[in-house]
Ligand binder design. Structure first.
Ligand code: COI
Length: 356
């Protein structure tokens, strides 16, 4: 790697590793020692620099704060069984980041450059990669408009930053989801497929209401009729109904999840038929009534494969059995972990090995 050899690095004087409780890794609580920063100005990205993670001087007039040009990715790095450091599917994440950037009129980042930046920061802070089961180093690349100007315009200056954070499973237990039939996360033609900050901010209020009613997340439905299932905001959703794996087909209102894609790729090899299609709330309700739904789970980078315990439909709680060892979700989760950790061959080329 050329970049990792030439990149300007300012190291921390004192690492915060010793203050980090690796046995209690609440999602997003700990940020690793360093961050990678790249500036965009005059139509091009600068050389990256790595510096200690810390506060930055930014203008309160910067455009992202006012008009929302801010997008991010969520990715993971692992240490595999041979001691190699792997970044999971960086090319797929680069593609999605660039789709998000294009939708928000922000400058794209060349895939190879993006991967080299990830390589550099993960290599430097490799001591932060947790090795306890189910834990990983969460990577948070993000881009925001930094140009200081209140005029309503597409910014000409941006920052691309990568933070990393050791983390455990996002949900510590099976989730309770509430089918949302009042609020909307995203409409077709909007920004739902883009990982832009506003999608998350807009979801806070309905999610807060759902939490007050005892749910963990909202299960979003389509903006037009609240008839079809979209996603759960921090994860895509999948169902096993009559022995088939069913998940909503992607639209411009849904995030094209990397874990979603990985599961759909692995599913046929695990002996299950896959259907990507529209799935109505009524169909899910009927499947509960008929007893044909046997599993429901979320799929996401942070969530990985997260069992769903309850789906509330129009005020009625429908419960699912605990996911046993022979459930599809357990089998696919194990398979995914085995591939990431080098226990099973990576036939799809999903692991980018950080060669030191
Ligand atoms: C992710 O899974 O990486 C996400 O971005 C979802 C959430 C933690 C923001």
């Amino acid at each position: 790697m050329i970049l990792t050899e030439t990149i300007a690095v300012e190291r921390v004087k004192q690492s915060r590793l010793a203050e980090t409780d690796f046995n209690n890794l609440e999602f997003g609580k700990y940020i690793s020692d360093h961050m990678l920063v790249v500036e965009y100005d005059n139509g091009k990205w600068s050389e990256p620099t790595i510096k200690p993670f810390g506060d930055m001087l930014l203008s309160p007039a910067m455009l992202s704060l006012h008009y929302g040009q801010s997008v991010f990715e969520g990715m993971k790095a692992f240490k595999n069984k041979n001691g190699d450091i792997c970044i999971y599917r960086p090319d797929k994440h680069a593609k999605r980041l660039n789709k998000s950037l294009a939708r928000m009129c922000m400058p794209e980042i060349p895939t190879e450059f993006f991967i080299q930046c990830l390589h550099a920061i993960v290599e430097l802070d490799q001591a932060w990669i947790p090795t306890n089961e189910g834990a990983s180093l969460y990577l948070r690349p993000f881009v925001f408009a930094s140009e200081p100007k209140i005029g309503v315009k597409i910014a000409d200056q941006y920052k691309f930053i990568i933070l990393t954070s050791p983390c455990a499973a996002y949900f510590s237990k099976p989730t309770r989801l509430k089918v949302e039939d009042t609020f909307v996360r995203a409409a077709e033609g909007g920004t739902g497929f883009a990982k832009c900050a506003g999608n998350y901010g807009g979801a806070f209020y309905p999610t807060q209401l759902a939490r007050q009613q005892g749910f963990d997340q909202v299960l979003w439905t389509d903006a037009k009729e609240h008839k079809y299932i979209d996603e759960a905001g921090v994860m895509n959703v999948m169902f096993v109904i009559s022995g088939k794996l069913i998940t909503p087909k992607l639209t411009t209102a849904l995030l094209d999840g990397v874990t979603r894609d990985s599961i759909l790729t692995l599913a046929p090899g695990l002996g299950i038929e896959v259907e990507e299609r529209k799935i109505s709330v009524a169909e899910i309700e009927e499947a509960f009534k008929q007893g044909t739904i046997t599993e429901a789970f979320g799929a996401g980078t942070a969530a990985v494969v997260s069992p769903i315990a309850t789906i509330n439909i129009h005020g009625t709680d429908y419960n699912l059995p605990a996911a046993g060892a022979t459930s599809f979700q357990q089998k696919v989760k194990t398979k995914l972990n085995n591939i990431r950790l080098g226990v099973e061959p990576d036939v799809h080329g999903w692991n980018y090995i950080v060669r030191l």
